[in-house]
Design a protein. Structure first.
Length: 118
């Protein structure tokens, strides 16, 4: 089992930056690929970014490429999402997730709200 706790959300203005953190505990953090998802009001949950176990490979949805950066710190059992040039359309609840043994995102945090005002 893996427990995930997100932090770092908040209310910012368009153009501002935020850094989300996801602290993992439980089974060995380094064995999991990790992802950040978001869910805006009235919409489905979408993947925003992902990073593999070693941190050597990343994925970003097109809408955040060049603005968001995902990274992980194995020593701190933490994955980060640096979000720059935030826009109102980035407003959502952001979730951290870890890939389980079956290859799917099985473990989820409670979410952190990000609100971007225009």
């Amino acid at each position: 089992q893996v427990q995930l706790v997100e932090s770092g959300g908040g209310l910012v203005q368009a153009g501002d930056s935020l850094r989300l953190s996801c602290a993992a505990s439980g089974r060995t953090f380094g064995t999991y690929s990790m992802g950040w998802f978001r869910q805006a009001p009235g919409k489905g949950r979408e993947i925003v970014a992902a990073v593999n176990r070693s941190g050597s490979s990343t994925y970003y949805v097109d809408s955040v490429k060049g603005r968001f950066t995902i990274s992980r710190d194995a020593a701190k059992n933490t994955v980060y999402l640096q979000m720059n040039s935030l826009q109102p359309e980035d407003t959502a609840v952001y979730y951290c997730s870890a890939v389980g043994p079956g290859g799917t995102y099985d473990y989820w945090g409670q979410g952190t709200q990000v609100t971007v005002s225009s």
